[in-house]
Design a binder for this molecule. Sequence first.
Ligand SMILES: Nc1ncnc2c1ncn2[C@@H]1O[C@H](COP(=O)(O)OP(=O)(O)OP(=O)(O)O)[C@@H](O)[C@H]1O
Length: 309
Amino acid sequence: MEAKLKKELGTSMLKSTGHSGGGYICEGQSYDTDTGKVFVKINHKNEAKLMFDGEMASLEAILMTEVVKVPKPVKVIELDTGGCVFVMEHLDMRGLSKYSKHLGEQLAELHLYNKRQLEKLKKEQQTVGKGAGQSEAPGVEKFGFSVTTCCGYLPQVNEWQDDWVTFFSQQRLQHQINMVEKSYGDREVRELWAKLQLKIPQYFTDVDIVPALLHGDLWGGNVAECAEGPVIFDPSSFYGHSEYELGIAGIFGGFNKTFYSAYHEKIPQAPGFAKRSQLYQLFHYLNHWNHFGGGYRGSSVRIMKDLLK
Ligand SMILES: Nc1ncnc2c1ncn2[C@@H]1O[C@H](COP(=O)(O)OP(=O)(O)OP(=O)(O)O)[C@@H](O)[C@H]1O
């Protein structure tokens, strides 16, 4: 692997720094190269390229907004022995503590970025002499993403969709329910889902949802800080409802009051937030069930029953 890395990165020096940082899905290792320190994620699964291409596109999209720090992506490299590596900028990170408030503000800015681009675009189109197609501020009007991104190692259906409720019900929940059905054929879940899917539009009455660029997997293990501010990493981005982003944080914790206050100062909670939050958590419980097995069945069923009350 190291010979291939050297060739693909065009570096004569490739020296392990001793820093390793594997997660649940990948092994990780840092190297000194001719042009600086890189962090390399390694995965030997067949889906590794799809997963890393999605992570690279996600990092590029977030980086482009310039509102929150992410590691700069370098390259996805297929290994001759199968599997794939993803090379990115190495960052010296520690647990989030000093910069919780900054992360709250910057995450809200990330979520507002596309809305502001769309507003700029609209203004420009209304200005005499400036028609569509001349803008320097491209905005995204649909829900989805340009490539497949994986939340964990399972691919998400990111085809563009005009309507968020349809996108979330079909491309997120239904997709997970189909996987549960295939693996477990769970009758109770099938029956609960039959009722719940009819109720979903009711949770969205009177909310105006503009596509927001999301990190997509913002649990406490994917946030940190370096000397100058907060960092987010390991994204599985798409354009969706900003509230979706807070779902997984609500399950696993890792974010304090300061973070939430700073976030909601910029994006206040809309009516019905709590119920939608449960709906967004349901996606992550199902996704965990599909990754890690039946230990997450109880939480998935409980939250479906709660939503149906
Ligand atoms: N750019 C980076 N520079 C330095 N260390 C990093 C970098 N990216 C990740 N790490 C370290 O590696 C660990 C695992 O990274 P990451 O979350 O991307 O792996 P994963 O296997 O995809 O994730 P997960 O455990 O969330 O499924 C992080 O917690 C962090 O300690």
